[in-house]
Structure formats: C-alpha cells, structure tokens
Design a protein around this ligand. Structure first.
Ligand code: ZN
Length: 53
C-alpha cells in the first residue's frame, strides 16, 4: 500500500475527549484502549472510586 498519509487507527479519549493515535504499546490491547494516556486512565479510575465512596 502506498499513498496513504496515515495508516494508524484513531480513537477519542473518553476522559479528555482528544483524538489519539494507535501506538505500538497498544498493539495487543487496542480494542480495549479508551484513554489517550496513562494519566487519563488513572483519572478515570480514581473518578470511579470517588463515586463509590
Ligand atoms: Zn485523554
């Protein structure tokens, strides 16, 4: 394939709402990835916890 500027899939972060690009480190988990970064993942986790307690 040639001519495509970008072959990487993208998603929108559920925490910050920004688009992020596929990364090598997610190659096995991409379907599960919903956050653009570790930071957003943590924020989501702590938010969930906060709601419970
Ligand atoms: Zn994010």
């Amino acid at each position: 394939m040639s001519g495509g500027r970008q072959g990487k899939p993208r998603k929108t972060c559920v925490t910050c709402g920004r688009e992020f690009e596929w990364r090598k480190k997610w190659e096995r988990d991409w379907e599960r990835v919903v956050h653009c970064s570790e930071r957003c993942a943590r924020a989501a986790r702590s938010a969930r916890r906060a709601k419970r307690s």
